[in-house]
Write a new protein. Structure first.
Length: 272
């Protein structure tokens, strides 16, 4: 695990694979950490890609920035990580909030975006109802901590049937949620509530995009993924069966196969 300091916060990340491989940055969602992407990082590294998995500020082993952290701050943290490692362009991917950070990165740093990987995410700006709900949840997490929230949402983060069918995955996901600092989770919720609409920038994208979604995702259903894929001029849509909001964790072999097929077609890397 490596580190750098950005805007007063120490941020941690893992760096997998050969140093001269095509770089893929995988951004976790809320309220997880960089280890959510471990199955993908290992598979891509074995295929010759260099994979960076950062802990977002406020999550995992990175420092907390209390208050409100907008998606623009997270996106610029990713750019700072690339600067730190002397990397110009990268494939930028993320799941859920991480997918919105990837879209924000593309909006702010289009020339540094080699391709997009958008898993189980949504492009429109938050609604007024959604903003209020995220701010209420931020207040609740600060007051009560993460445990009750984690127990309530596990059967939405994973497809409900996978909580019982995949107990090791469910426990790993629960452990990440429970370990998250409530101050970091609350700050991200408040910032995410103010996110912009990414549909225009996606429609203007000049890079390929892989849009992935679990077939039984209740947070961002297949229709959300279809809408994103319909916007991006060069998009590939993949629906992962028997998965919910975290198909990379629920069906890693299938997710990895889809991801590697996309990368080999659009961003080939030297053989390891």
């Amino acid at each position: 695990m490596d580190r750098l300091t950005v805007d007063g916060a120490v941020l941690r990340h893992d760096d997998f694979g050969p140093p001269h491989g095509v770089v893929v940055v995988l951004v976790h969602g809320h309220p997880f950490d960089r280890t959510l992407w471990r199955p993908q990082a290992e598979a891509l590294a074995a295929a010759g890609y260099r994979v960076l998995t950062p802990d977002l500020r406020g999550y995992g082993a990175s420092d907390v920035t209390p208050g409100s952290v907008p998606l623009s701050r997270f996106a610029d943290d990713v750019a700072a990580l690339l600067d730190h490692l002397d990397i110009g362009r990268a494939v930028i991917g993320g799941v859920s909030m991480g997918g919105q950070i990837a879209m924000e990165f593309h909006l702010r740093h289009p020339g540094r975006t080699r391709a997009l990987v958008l898993s189980d995410t949504s492009a429109p700006a938050e609604t007024a109802e959604g903003r209020a709900a995220r701010n209420r949840m931020a207040d609740r997490l600060l007051a009560e901590g993460m445990d009750g929230y984690a127990d309530e949402v596990i059967d939405k983060m994973l497809a409900a049937y996978n909580v019982a069918a995949l107990p090791e995955v469910a426990e790993r996901v629960l452990a990440m949620m429970r370990a998250t600092d409530p101050r970091g989770a609350a700050a991200a919720l408040r910032g995410r509530a103010e996110r912009p609409d990414y549909r225009d920038s996606l429609a203007a994208a000049r890079v390929p995009a892989l849009v992935v979604v679990g077939a039984d995702d209740v947070y961002t259903p297949v229709a959300e993924a279809e809408a994103i894929a319909g916007l991006v001029p060069d998009a590939t849509l993949a629906v992962i069966e028997k998965a919910g909001h975290l198909p990379g964790a629920e069906r890693p072999e299938r997710f990895n196969a889809v991801l590697l097929d996309f990368l080999r077609a659009h961003c080939p890397t030297p053989s390891p």
